[in-house]
Design a protein around this ligand. Structure first.
Ligand code: ITT
Length: 194
């Protein structure tokens, strides 16, 4: 079975991506590689951060690996929180505080359009590749649902009347930013026989 390191500390991402890649690929965690420290994410773009995470892990292990960086980009907020999505309200990954701040910043705002964008950076046999996925939708007025993570209770993808947090994992993966990016990654890995 193919093994590849997924450079993430986010357990929700890990399970979403494992389902998409299926049983033929085993995702190796950072902990299994002995990487327990926070990986720096100081680049100004999703592409930069995804590459920085993958390069860090490749530098430490020399093994094939990939990382994903994701941002929620809200039109009325000029693309914020964007690359700062994890640390929008506080320095930590406080999903509830981030959601409260997002709702506060959109109070009274008619334009609720937004999209999630994921960039996956893969390092395979020392070469770098990028894959992108995007889903358009809108920010609802209050949180709905308890599935998923992060901004999922506030994001309703176009064509649906439920938020990501009201969907099961398969349904979210079928339309989500990460689902789209990771299916491109999966297609590439199977084309290259990796
Ligand atoms: P790693 O860097 O360890 O992978 P992270 O949680 O920091 O984990 P990102 O920097 O890619 O991941 O994501 C930034 C934030 O965007 C994340 O903390 C969530 O708040 C939000 N986010 C990412 N993917 C999401 C999704 O599928 N649904 C809802 N919110 C998401």
């Amino acid at each position: 079975m193919k093994e590849i390191i997924f450079a993430t500390n986010n357990a929700h991402k890990l399970s979403e991506v494992q389902v998409i890649l299926g049983e033929g690929v085993r995702l190796v965690t950072l902990r299994e590689c002995g990487i327990t420290e926070d990986i720096p994410e100081n680049e100004p773009t999703l592409e930069g951060n995804a590459l920085a995470k993958a390069r860090y892990v490749h530098g430490r292990t020399g093994r094939d690996c990939f990382a994903d960086d994701t941002g929620l980009e809200v039109d009325a907020l000029g693309g914020a929180p964007g690359v700062h999505s994890a640390r929008y309200a506080t320095d930590g990954h406080d999903f509830a505080a981030n959601n409260r701040l997002l709702l506060r910043n959109l109070e009274g705002c008619a334009d609720r359009s937004a999209h999630f964008r994921t960039v996956v950076a893969l390092i395979l046999d020392g070469r770098e590749y990028l894959f992108e996925g995007r889903v358009d939708g809108r920010i609802v007025e209050s949180e709905s649902g308890d599935g998923g993570f992060g901004y999922d209770p506030l994001f309703m993808p176009d064509g649906f009347d439920r938020t990501f947090a009201q969907m099961d994992g398969d349904e979210k993966n079928s339309v989500s930013h990460r689902g789209r990016a990771v299916r491109k990654l999966a297609g590439f890995l199977s084309e290259t026989g990796k």
